[in-house]
Design a protein. Structure first.
Length: 178
């Protein structure tokens, strides 16, 4: 288990459709552990494998209120309702926009034990599941915004990144609380 480098907007892997995981093996279990370590160090609530440079269909969601969800080869099989709320992304720090998402989803996913299960999610958990599955398809939350709002936020992103090179961010371990 280790904290991995985070890929930022502009990194080509964020726009790739991730490949299916043929089987849950030690590599996949280690990838999931690295996702949790990296997400927690960045104080996020979800993270997809592309965000750490691995284009495999693996993501995690942990909003802190319910059991964490491991998404391996996830497929949304039900959507219900619509809610608009603000989203951000660890790969586009300090950029936020209002996105419409289903209020409730049911997703088919594979567990770390290799079993296929259905998981229901509502509210913030559903929003985060959809956000992470989008990552696995090479879609970013800014793609759901109006062209005007997207241009405005991308202009802000470029201004914030002025003088910086590359699209990688080293992630430091989360501070230990006393």
């Amino acid at each position: 288990m280790s904290i991995r480098t985070l890929h930022l907007l502009g990194s080509p892997v964020l726009r790739e459709r991730s490949s299916e995981v043929p089987e849950v093996d030690d590599h996949v279990r280690e990838l999931v552990a690295d996702l949790f370590d990296t997400m927690r160090a960045e104080q996020g609530i979800g993270l997809a494998a592309n965000q750490i440079g691995t284009a495999e269909r693996v993501a995690i969601v942990d909003i802190g209120e319910e059991e964490a969800i491991v998404l391996i080869n996830p497929v949304i099989v039900e959507r219900e309702g619509t809610i608009r709320d603000e989203e951000g992304c660890l790969s586009i720090p300090d950029i936020y926009g209002d996105v419409d998402r289903a209020a409730r989803v049911v997703v088919q996913t594979t567990t770390l034990e290799g079993n296929r299960v259905a998981v229901e999610a509502t509210a913030l958990r559903a929003r985060t599941v959809q956000h992470e599955i989008d990552h696995l398809d090479g879609i970013l939350f800014v793609d759901h915004l109006s062209p005007l709002k997207r241009r405005m936020l991308l202009k802000k992103w470029k201004k914030m990144r002025k003088g910086q090179t590359g699209y990688l961010k080293q992630v430091a371990p989360a501070p230990v609380e006393d």
